[in-house]
Design a protein around this ligand. Structure first.
Ligand code: ADE
Length: 255
């Protein structure tokens, strides 16, 4: 039962690569896939690339060429939900493509051919990932020094579970994130976070019948300071969180 661990950026993958035993590099479609053992479990580590198409290609290769049993995504996201702050962790319950709009033929956000807008994640894998994320946040290793002068104190990081939306845009103004949150809320979707890949991987996993779960650490609030918070967080924090949470998850999966 090989678990694929997907990250969007090399910085997010860093410490996982470090911990990989007997790494073997396989190149397909311009991508490096690293097979090996992580905390006693067979894994393939890969970068999704940035954006939905790159992520879908990588996920398809993991299904077709590597025959993985499940895919777990670790990365960062912009916080959209009220109370979802930098340093918090969001585990996806489901994903929606916020830039999918085939209206008026189909309702806004609905995936044509699927009859739904929200693609659910695997409930069992997601529950294990949420437990692992919560346990990691309770350790001394979690936490970070914020760069944004507006954040004057370290808050106790929280784990959330709910809707994450994906689209081919880095959301970096308060106007855009506010409009997105409001439009989704008006349609009954309470969004927690925004990123650029998860919904595409969820769709590929749905097509292949592969269990999928995703965890995103909040690097910014998708607002006017997102471009400052994001690189700082990715460089200094994301990789540590990914390693801590994935370690906990793989321990659970081995039981
Ligand atoms: N990933 C991390 N922060 C993001 C943002 N603000 N928009 C899209 N993807 C992100």
């Amino acid at each position: 039962m090989t678990t694929a661990i997907l990250s969007a950026l090399p910085e997010e993958q860093g410490s996982l690569m470090h911990a990989l035993h007997q790494p073997e590099r396989i190149v397909h479609a311009g991508r490096s896939f690293w097979r090996g053992a992580l905390y006693g479990q067979p894994v393939v580590l890969a970068l999704s690339g940035i954006g939905k198409v790159a992520a879908a290609t990588t996920a398809t290769l993991l299904a077709e060429r590597f025959g993985v049993a499940r895919i777990v995504f670790t990365g960062v996201a912009g916080g959209l939900g009220e109370g979802v702050q930098v340093g918090d962790v969001v585990v996806a319950r489901d994903f929606l493509q916020h830039d999918m709009d085939a209206s008026p033929i189909f309702p806004r956000w609905e995936l044509p051919g699927y009859g739904l807008a929200c693609m659910p994640c695997d409930t069992v894998l997601t529950a294990a990932l949420f437990e692992a994320a919560s346990a990691y946040l309770a350790t001394d290793e979690a936490g970070f020094e914020p760069k944004n002068a507006a954040i004057t104190h370290r808050h106790a990081a929280r784990a959330h579970q709910g809707l994450i939306v994906s689209g081919d845009r880095f959301v970096s103004t308060s106007a855009e994130s506010g409009a997105l949150r409001q439009a989704l809320a008006a349609a009954g979707h309470q969004v927690l976070a925004v990123e650029m890949e998860g919904a595409a991987v969820a769709q590929v996993c749905h097509d292949y019948g592969l269990p999928f779960a995703a965890v995103r650490t909040i690097s910014d609030r998708a607002d006017d300071s997102a471009h400052v918070d994001f690189p700082h967080f990715v460089t200094h924090v994301a990789s540590r969180y990914a390693d801590g949470i994935v370690h906990g998850l793989l321990k659970k999966l081995s039981k």
